[in-house]
Ligand binder design. Structure first.
Ligand code: ZN
Length: 283
């Protein structure tokens, strides 16, 4: 449901400039000292990873994620927990980054984006090449032993999972069940990671909020930090968010299409700047 007050601005395309909100966002980013992206499940949907908050999708169809992916479920019944989470690992393992992940990595490489803060645990930003990455909900990259704190990388977890008679990957030292290094329901977010995210948002002149419904705290509070510090919010999601009214730029389209268009607009700006620079230099 779109906000009725939202009326896309139609800008006549003069001199190859992309029209409307994308052009405005590119301009904001060009003038900003610091741009940060905050991403949620929506950015990974084009990679074939359903958002579990959308009912009736894939793995989450028959189970309540709040129940099976809860820290109490892990502690109480690791066999049952891993019978579910093993499938989750398997479905995430073969997924590839999409154009939206790649566009953000390209922006960082060009010095147009300082960091990506993500709610996703799927490793797709890393695999797309993003370096400054804050994974506030952890990631499936590793599991750890809750007893001796040993850390086991994803690939090794996979082979222990396959070998385990009861389907539970265990610590090689103390035989305790390994826990995925993701924030399960009922667990607190890592305070150090969250503080890093807050600091990036405090410094950001522009915060790109992409594919997140901005409803789950404490992550939903991050854009408010940017806004309170005088930064601009650009929100790119298909559904409404509680922060739409605060957004300087609001995009409703497909994440891959919109970020491709944004990258294109930024690159066109760079080419124009380079061209006018060399004209002034007389070369
Ligand atoms: Zn251990």
């Amino acid at each position: 449901m779109y906000d009725k007050r939202y009326t896309p601005r139609i800008v006549v395309d003069i001199g190859g400039r992309p029209a409307g909100e994308i052009a405005r966002l590119a301009e904001l980013m060009r003038d900003a000292r610091s741009v940060v992206a905050l991403t949620g499940a929506g950015i990974s949907v084009p990679s074939g990873i359903p958002d579990f908050r959308t009912p009736g999708t894939g793995l989450w169809e028959k189970v309540d994620p709040m129940e099976v992916a809860h820290i109490d479920a892990f502690r109480r019944d690791p066999v049952r927990f891993w019978s579910f989470y093993g499938q989750r690992f398997a479905t995430l393992e073969d997924k590839e980054p999409n154009g939206a992940h790649r566009a953000l990595a390209a922006m960082e490489q060009r010095g147009l984006l300082d960091a990506v803060i993500t709610q996703n645990v799927d490793m797709l930003h890393r695999r797309a090449g993003t370096h400054e990455l804050v994974e506030v909900h952890g990631s499936i990259a590793s599991c750890s032993c809750q007893s001796c704190r040993a850390i086991v990388a994803l690939e090794e977890v996979g082979s222990r999972l396959e070998r385990a008679a009861d389907g539970v990957p265990r610590c090689a030292e103390c035989a305790q069940p390994l826990k995925p290094d993701v924030v399960l329901f009922g667990e607190m977010l890592d305070e150090h990671t969250l503080e890093r995210a807050r600091e990036l948002c405090r410094r950001a002149d522009v915060l790109l909020c992409i594919g997140s419904s901005l409803e789950v705290h404490p992550v939903a509070g991050l854009p408010l930090i940017t806004h309170a510090a005088g930064g601009e919010l650009a929100i790119l999601t298909q559904g409404p968010t509680p922060l739409d009214e605060l957004a300087g730029v609001r995009l409703h389209g497909d994440v891959v299409t919109e970020l491709d268009a944004l990258l294109g607009a930024l690159e066109a700006d760079e080419r124009r700047t380079a061209a006018s620079g060399s004209a002034q230099a007389g070369i």
